[in-house]
Design a protein around this ligand. Structure first.
Ligand code: ADP
Length: 334
């Protein structure tokens, strides 16, 4: 696994439980979503009724699960956690729904990956707080309606565009999470360093924040590696020197690009004159599958403007040339 992978692994989960903020006020960054949610939750509390269902969309590692937990904590309600891929049959969802307590928060991660029949059951449950339990098979099957106490669904998706419109429409509020600024990440890292008992300097924290790709989960992971380095090779203090040395050891450069990202840019600039070049040709040049280049390296390179997708293939931007310390040819495409 890449150290800059925004998806979570086992080690991440072990640390994340201890590091998640518990209150909206302790959740740095995402000011818009925070203000909007704060309003929605406060109004619900005053009405003493569950709020509208909430959809959180955005790339992995930006805090959707954390926000779901905060929503439950702010409402002083328990939270039930499951995910789209875990619900393959309508019966799986019926079991969860029929056991919810009044006001409970149901967190459905990766809601876009839920099976279609379950999705249809969810529409009804979200709108009318009811499920139809199907008894029997074939022409003799009957639907027995089951009333549910009011509850709140918090759905999370990395791909809001993939949600069928009827499902999207049943969320009264949608919050779009965006990548964090280095300043926000520094704030998160400072808090987490304290929680983990790490002695860190401001410059050390800033060094990590600048290389974390706008993603708290990556920032937390880099923090742990730099802490290891400071303990083994340094004075135990996480300072700028330790951060630079550790991140160079793990091949994360000053802009957060890792070995694969740089290999793609190097191939593009040095072997193909900046492109455009087809994806499969580029992938062969870096010794990877096309799919890996496209789904693992490209999103961040495109987002940060290093790489451009053109109808004739991938091309390097002036930023890519600059980052590699190379001079673009006069006829460069992008
Ligand atoms: P997602 O569900 O979007 O993949 P998570 O909520 O699991 O993301 O967050 C991943 C990690 O990043 C967790 O350790 C979490 O504590 C941390 N994190 C995310 N957003 C924030 C934030 N705004 N403040 C502090 N930590 C955050």
């Amino acid at each position: 696994a890449r150290i800059v992978d925004p998806g979570g692994d086992t080690e991440d989960r072990r640390f994340e439980a201890a590091l998640r903020p518990r209150k909206l006020a302790d959740f740095p960054g995402q000011p818009r979503v925070r203000d909007q949610l704060s309003l929605v939750l406060e109004a619900a509390k005053r009405r003493a009724a569950p709020p509208d269902h909430v959809l959180l969309s955005g790339p992995p590692g930006l805090g959707k699960t954390s926000l779901a937990m905060i929503i439950a904590a702010e409402l002083e309600q328990p939270i039930r956690i499951t995910s789209g891929p875990a619900i393959q049959h309508a019966g799986d969802l019926a079991a969860v729904l029929s056991s919810l307590a009044e006001g409970e928060v149901l967190f459905l991660d990766e809601i876009h990956r839920m099976a279609r029949p379950a999705e249809e059951m969810l529409y009804l449950a979200m709108e009318d707080f009811r499920v139809d339990i199907i008894v029997g098979k074939g022409p003799g099957a009957t639907a027995i309606p089951l009333e549910l106490p009011p509850f709140t669904v918090v759905g999370a998706t990395t791909r809001a565009g993939l949600l069928p419109a009827p499902l999207r429409d049943r969320f009264g509020f949608t919050g779009h999470l965006d990548f964090y600024t280095p300043e926000d990440l520094a704030q998160i890292l400072t808090r987490n360093a304290t929680l983990l008992g790490i002695d860190a300097t401001e410059q050390g924290i800033e060094e990590i924040a600048g290389r974390s790709r706008g993603t708290p989960r990556i920032a937390n992971r880099l923090l742990r590696r730099v802490r290891d380095y400071a303990q083994v090779h340094g004075s135990g203090i996480l300072d700028q020197g330790a951060a630079r040395a550790a991140l160079s050891l793990f091949d994360v450069d000053d802009r957060g690009l890792d070995r694969l990202d740089r290999a793609v840019l190097e191939a593009l600039c040095r072997r193909f004159g900046g492109g455009p070049v087809g994806l499969s040709t580029l992938a062969v040049a870096v010794g990877e599958e096309s799919d890996t280049v496209e789904t693992v390296a490209e999103p961040y390179l495109v987002r940060e403007g290093y790489l451009v997708r053109t109808p004739r293939g991938r091309a390097a931007s002036p930023l890519a040339w600059q980052h590699l310390g190379l001079t673009p040819p006069v006829n460069a495409v992008a």
